[in-house]
Design a protein around this ligand. Structure first.
Ligand code: NDP
Ligand code: GDR
Length: 378
């Protein structure tokens, strides 16, 4: 039985990857951080009782900032494959916590590579490093491929730049099987709530149910190449199944503005929103709705108000330095790994909206039952 170790198993990608590897027959070990409340929502369905004989899923307390702990876990687990997905992964937050981000995302990768080297496991163990399209940063050419120069634009991206190169260096210096997946943005119903897509699908759902009046966003003109996490975790696995380790771009090749993502999310549930105004004064307003579609989503048309401003710009969400345009060229992955995405943007939005409408309907019941519900916007 193959053994995998996933750091960041409680995150979006970790959860999908763990499920995928379990289906492939792996024994899956995961590193989770200690927190004062449970932080395993995304993997609770995979949890197995420690007393079960056939157990193939085990969690270990750990942290990418703690080298001795990583060495112990790698020694105990003896993994065939390590997927290093753990990171402080929020670009905007990295401007507030630059040192911590460098430590966890940059040095954390070094600690893991060193653990494998110190333990003499360089021949046995293959490593996937979660690199990112944020490395491209300031646009120099599009679409971006494996040869496009990097120009990171945030403490997060700079930390990930170190992680990218230390992975390449360990591959060359110690002949390790180590790969960088340069993944473009990928989303899902379990995407963290403060990334823009999930913030939008949650906000749109709340507005449609009358639980919130307006969605406040930052740069509506930013363009991202959005795919589905389910497609992307398969590419991670494929990278570790080749004869030689290489780095690959994983993307859909299609870019969309934040504004258009908002428009399509409303449209999915039958509400038409038009944008007017410029920069900080831009607004999104309800101009029409489709009664049948609204009803099909179980929504009450009384809570949809024509002319209501449902999107406004709040400069607090602007970044000191922004990444304006990302479009990936995944032709190398397509040719060498046989990888291509199954999900398009419309299917991604549909799945996220269906899930969040259900989620917010729970809030609606609670509110009607007299319970307080909270709206976090950050
Ligand atoms: P998430 O933010 O959803 O998950 C991050 C995971 O890392 C969580 O399990 C988190 O634990 C854990 N973590 C954070 N800090 C530490 C630490 N110091 N020690 C141990 N674990 C830690 O990210 P995604 O699943 O979206 O992304 C996975 C990886 O891929 C990340 O490295 C991200 O930077 C990278 N990436 C993501 C892309 C995307 O579009 N999703 C695109 C390209 C790269 P906890 O649950 O306790 O917070
Ligand atoms: P990103 O994702 O920074 O690309 O990093 P995010 O969803 O946070 O932002 C995408 C774009 O939307 C703009 N934006 C807003 N973003 C957020 N979070 N909140 C807002 O209110 C808002 N309004 C507009 C942003 O300015 C940006 O241009 C993600 C993370 O998963 C990284 O870990 C990963 O490496 C990259 O994707 C690829």
């Amino acid at each position: 039985m193959k053994i995998a170790l996933i750091t960041g198993i409680t995150g979006q990608d970790g959860a999908y990857l763990a499920e995928f590897l379990l289906k492939k027959g792996y024994f899956v070990h995961g590193v989770k951080r200690r927190s004062s409340l449970f932080n395993t929502d995304r993997i609770d369905h995979l949890y197995q009782d420690p007393h079960e004989k056939e157990r193939r899923f085990k969690l270990h307390y750990g942290d990418l900032t703690d080298a001795t702990n990583l060495i112990r876990i790698v020694q105990e687990v003896q993994p065939d494959e390590i997927y290093n997905l753990a990171a402080q992964s929020h670009v905007k937050v990295s401007f507030d916590t630059p040192e911590y981000t460098a430590n966890a995302d940059g040095l954390g990768t070094l600690r893991l590579l060193e653990a494998v080297r110190i333990l003499g496991m360089t021949d046995k163990c293959r490593i996937y490093q979660a690199s990112t399209s944020e490395l491209y940063g300031l646009v120099q050419e599009v679409p971006q491929n494996e040869n496009t120069p990097f120009y990171p634009r945030s403490p997060y991206a700079v930390a990930k730049l170190y992680a990218y190169w230390i992975t390449v260096n360990y591959r060359e210096a110690y002949k390790m099987y180590a790969c960088n997946g340069i993944l473009f943005n990928h989303e899902s119903p379990v995407r963290g709530e403060t990334f823009v897509t999930r913030k939008i699908t949650r906000g749109v759902s709340k507005i449609a149910l009358g639980l919130q009046d307006c969605l406040y966003l930052g740069n509506l003109s930013a363009q991202r190449d959005w795919g589905h996490a389910k497609d992307y975790i398969e590419a991670m696995w494929l990278m570790l199944q080749q004869d030689t380790p290489e780095d690959y771009v994983i993307a859909t090749g299609i870019t969309t503005t934040v504004r258009e993502f908002v428009r399509q999310s409303f449209e999915e549930i039958g509400i038409e929103v038009e944008f007017a105004g410029k920069d900080e004064n831009e607004k999104g307003v309800i101009v029409d709705f489709d009664e049948e579609r609204v009803a099909a989503y179980g929504l009450n048309k009384e809570s949809i108000k024509m002319g209501q401003t449902v999107v406004r710009v709040d400069p607090r969400y602007f970044r000191p330095t922004e990444v304006e345009l990302l479009i990936g060229d995944a032709s190398k992955a397509n040719k060498q790994l046989g990888w291509k995405p199954k999900y398009g943007l419309a299917a991604l939005i549909e799945e996220m909206m269906q899930s969040d409408i259900k989620e917010m309907q729970k809030d609606d019941y609670l509110k009607k039952g007299g319970f307080k519900i909270f709206n976090y916007f950050e």
